[in-house]
Design a binder for this molecule. Sequence first.
Ligand code: NAD
Length: 274
Amino acid sequence: MNDQSQPSASPASAAWAGRVALVTGSTSGIGLGVARALAATGASIVLNGFGDRAEIEGIADAIEAEFNVQVSYSDADMASPAAVEQMVLDAIERFGRIDLLVNNAGIQHVAPIDEFPIARWDAIIAINLSSAFHTIRAALPGMRARGTGRIINVASAHGLVGSPFKSAYVAAKHGILGLTKTVALETAETGITCNAICPGYVATPLVEKQIDDQAKAHGISREAVVRDVLLAQQPNKRFATVEEIGAVTVFLASDLAGSITGTAIPVDGGWTAH
Ligand code: NAD
């Protein structure tokens, strides 16, 4: 991404050197894969998420060393609107700008709707949906002032189709697709784009936990859960990889993706083609 009005076909690394990407929920899984993919193009990275402090510092140091970029870290809780706003302001103070905002932080809870804990519903809506409203609100003025920017929301195949027992998650992911379209329309003439990526199942800690939970709930093996429960809906019968999600993010972030806005791009092995 650069500030010129004409799209540039220069290599991503040249285009991205000096740019700044904030990726929420990037201490693990898809967010970390996306952060690494963006760092590989030369972008400075703001990491966010929970975890062991020493481990996270190790992750940040490793990205800096491997890709020769600057990395900072925010422990902001995406359930707290004030903390989300402060994270964005701190990133702008540290790096001077946010060129690319990736709203990725997310949690899951699986239960029938009449047994769904109210606190879990509230947390999922806050972290998986409302946090994106708060980051976009805070980051957009700077993007508008520069006439360029990229907003990418990591939604889910569950933004496009439902599944039983995932009411809050499915509602939040459908909601973030609505937010994506609205932001795209509001920014359509500004050089900013806003898109969503809709992964199917990706092998990450979030899914690992579901494999264990479902194995216990159904009294079946982990292998059976993967084959017969999780990948039952995923026609290519394999997990997507964090590298595949990272590659789509890098493409959407490029200058040549400047006409793509308001979309929801499935990376789901054919799940939503059903
Ligand atoms: P993950 O559990 O590996 O990572 C989640 C990240 O979010 C971690 O860094 C965690 O610390 C962070 N996080 C959680 N709660 C937070 C909070 N309150 N504040 C700040 N950070 C918080 O999960 P993942 O599988 O990598 O999921 C990332 C995103 O991708 C989520 O939005 C998820 O819904 C979406 N997604 C995942 C899959 C999949 O199969 N793994 C499929 C579709 C969509």
